[in-house]
Design a protein around this ligand. Structure first.
Ligand SMILES: *[C@@H]1O[C@H](CO)[C@@H](O)[C@H](O)[C@H]1NC(C)=O
Ligand SMILES: *[C@@H]1O[C@H](CO)[C@@H](O)[C@H](O)[C@H]1NC(C)=O
Length: 465
């Protein structure tokens, strides 16, 4: 009886003192998500969502959503997924449109199961990073206006270390980081922060094995070179604009071009017309949101990394993740009544501070450290096109280990691949900026090969016997 009273006292103390002193395992149980609003089907894996405080002084808190693997999670690696922007939510894009198990129907209220979810291959962790993105926040609101590459990497490292306290079964587990677009900065930078943190440690709780990025911002000079070449050879822009763009954007920042360069990008955008630059051969979403589209056009234009492939798809998540019952099911902190969840935060991107013009130096360091590094590219993206990525990789001057060849998926060419010493390059044929949105099956094949450390599949010769 006395013992029981003590249990209540201790439990009461936990409740009174709030999340700060809840022990990690108890917090994990509190983060467990049960059935979501609009989820008309059962799933046989556990998932969790909530916050990790990465800075006690300014009270910065990052939101995560973690999905255990469908089968045998204890034997599978851990994969962290990051979207870019900067300012775009990994929940909005990676989870709800690309590689996550739950996608959202047109009504914005109903969920459906994605049969190519990456949690068929791994335990997958989505992180809204940095503060101001998605449900992530800082109680020092000026933090939202003062993000940058360096603090994003530092906060993400703290996040991982603290998250692993809450999920200790993943300490030492094979760990990989993946992402796309502006996460072409985040992923190598976080990998570098982990490698440096691990240096000299006897016991490495973050057992980083490698990373993989897609349509990734890598090196502004080469990314521009490839961008204009791609647009010109796809027949999207005039000879004159092609020449001017090369002259005026030479050596400019991709993320924040000079006025002159921006002007020529606008001109290119005029010539291109109302297509989806993130996926040039698929229809643009014009049905319901055409007026909105028009208003948003500037931020959708070439050279801007914010928007996703399908603005219609984005509209569905904007409804779903603003539903109070969804936020409560996901343990979202209700900060104030005027908070509105957005797919990409203008506040975050416009206030962005440091953004180096290249991360090739980070690649050089990490290739030396022996990480498995894969770079993929959807070859119908005109925002960070396949030509940009090829120029950036070529700038590393790596020796070739296995020459250029086609890879296959169900007897069809899925894309092309070349293996370099320290880096594997894979294209995905017919995919836009968000590869897994356009080619979900090929994207699952890709991540399986990456995690297994095997080459992309060749054509299987069917014997006639
Ligand atoms: C931020 O402030 C809110 C409201 O005062 C509080 O509930 C929350 O715990 C704070 N967040 C952090 C990370 O301390
Ligand atoms: C509520 O949050 C929004 C978005 O973070 C912020 O812009 C606004 O100032 C906040 N309002 C109050 C009353 O704190």
């Amino acid at each position: 009886m006395l013992n029981l009273i003590w249990v209540f006292v201790v439990l009461g103390l936990f409740l009174i003192s709030g999340s700060v002193s809840v022990n990690p395992n108890a917090q994990k149980q509190l983060d467990r998500v049960s059935k979501l609003p609009g989820q008309g089907f059962n799933v046989n894996f556990a998932h969790y969502s909530g916050y990790v405080t990465v800075n006690e002084d300014s009270e910065r808190s990052l939101f995560y959503w973690f999905f255990e693997a469908v089968d045998d999670p204890s034997s599978k690696p851990l994969v962290l997924w990051l979207n870019g922007g900067p300012g775009c939510s990994s929940i909005a894009f990676g989870l709800a449109e690309e590689i996550g198990p739950f996608h959202i129907e047109k009504d914005g209220k109903t969920l459906y199961w994605n049969p190519y979810s990456w949690n068929l291959a791994a335990n997958v962790l989505f992180l809204d990073s940095p503060v101001g993105v998605g449900y992530s926040y800082s109680n020092t609101s000026s933090d939202h206006l003062n993000n940058g590459d360096a603090r994003t990497a530092a906060d993400s490292l703290v996040f991982l270390l603290k998250w692993l306290e809450r999920f200790p079964e993943y300490k030492g587990r094979d760990f990989y980081i993946s992402g796309e677009s502006y996460a072409g900065h985040y992923v190598p930078q976080l990998s570098q922060a982990i490698v440096r943190h691990n240096h000299g440690l006897k016991k490495q709780v973050i057992n980083l094995k490698g990373f993989m990025v897609g349509n990734a911002l890598t090196d502004d000079y080469n990314d521009y070179l490839g961008l204009f070449q791609f647009m010109w050879s796809a027949g999207m822009i005039s000879d004159q604009t092609y020449k001017q763009a090369n002259a005026l954007c030479h050596d400019q920042s991709y993320f924040r071009p000079s006025e002159q360069c921006d002007k020529i990008l606008e001109q290119a955008n005029e010539e291109i017309g109302n297509i989806d630059s993130y996926s040039i051969f698929t229809p643009a979403c014009t049905a319901k949101f055409s007026i909105l589209n028009h208003l948003l056009r500037k931020s959708n234009s070439v050279g801007h990394l914010r928007r996703s492939y399908d603005p219609c798809t984005e509209q569905h998540s904007k409804i779903y993740f603003n539903l109070p019952e969804v936020q409560s099911a996901l343990h979202v902190h209700m900060r104030n009544s005027s908070f509105k969840w957005v797919t990409c935060s203008e506040e975050v991107s416009s206030g962005w501070k440091d953004s180096p013009k290249t991360v090739l130096d980070v690649y050089r360091e990490l290739i030396k450290s022996g990480l498995r590094i894969w770079v993929f590219s959807g070859d119908t993206d005109a925002v960070i096109p396949v030509t940009s990525t090829r120029y950036s990789i070529n700038a590393l001057k790596l020796p070739t280990v296995a020459p250029w060849r086609a890879w296959y998926d169900d007897g069809q060419v899925g894309g092309w691949t070349q293996e370099y010493k320290g880096l594997t390059f894979v294209t995905v044929r017919g995919a836009g900026h968000e590869v897994a949105l356009h080619r979900p099956k090929q994207a699952l094949t890709l991540v399986k090969s990456f995690l297994a450390g095997t080459s992309m599949p060749s054509l299987e010769l069917i014997s006639d016997s």
